[in-house]
Design a protein around this ligand. Structure first.
Ligand code: COA
Length: 183
């Protein structure tokens, strides 16, 4: 996917993260309310991690292996969150993850972003399904998945050292046929 092009939605631009975003990422992802329901965001958020993470997103984005993007508001360009879609090893499916800065919760932004990523997954990445895993009690994320057509497929236990050990998760799947996938 050389020359990844930003994805636009009515209110958002899903774009490559740049090193100049690092301070905002540290600030937004540094809120405990954001970190505690994710598998991978540490709390407290270590200084320098955002820059390392942003650097690590560039090669997989160029190769089309996985996309980890910033969400910017079209209105003023502010970076408000991030979304990731990581291709699984066989290559036909992917796993999605996301977080949004606290001031922008409840405005439908992540539903908009996930819808756009699913379309991209089916078309540009040629995936046939996307998985999401959500902690028990994460009502907002569960709702985002329901609104974007995911179906509950079961529960699993994951070892998540950043969240203090073993956690039960709900697994959701979204089939992508009908989203313009080129067979
Ligand atoms: C999950 C998250 C990305 C949602 O982003 P968002 O832009 O606020 O989501 P949306 O506004 O698109 O949709 C949220 C939905 O959940 C609902 N919701 C949120 N909190 C709720 C609650 N406590 N009880 C019931 N519904 C709730 C909202 O009403 C909305 O549903 P509706 O449109 O039917 O009213 C955001 O809360 C977040 O970053 N959380 C921390 C990180 C995280 O959990 N990431 C996901 C890991 S799987």
């Amino acid at each position: 996917m050389a020359g990844f092009h930003a994805i636009e939605t009515p209110r958002l631009i899903l774009r490559r993260l740049e090193l100049s975003d690092a301070r905002t990422v540290e600030h937004l992802a540094g809120a405990v309310e954001v970190a505690r329901t994710t598998a991978n965001v540490p709390h407290p958020y270590p200084q320098g991690l955002a820059e390392r993470w942003i650097r690590s997103t560039h090669a997989p984005l160029s190769s089309g292996m996985s996309i980890q993007l910033g969400l910017s508001l079209r209105a003023d360009g502010a970076l408000v969150g991030a979304i990731a879609l990581v291709r699984d090893p066989p290559g036909t499916g992917g796993q999605i993850g996301y977080w949004l800065g606290l001031p922008w919760w409840g405005e439908g932004y992540m539903t908009e972003a996930v819808g756009a990523i699913l379309e991209h997954a089916g078309q540009a990445m040629n995936l046939d399904h996307v998985i999401a895993e959500v902690f028990m009690g994460n009502v907002a994320s569960t709702r985002v998945l329901e609104k974007t057509g995911f179906e509950f497929v079961g529960q699993a236990e994951r070892d998540l050292p950043l969240r203090g050990g073993r956690k039960q998760v709900k697994r959701f799947e979204r089939r992508l046929s009908g989203l313009g996938r080129s067979s």
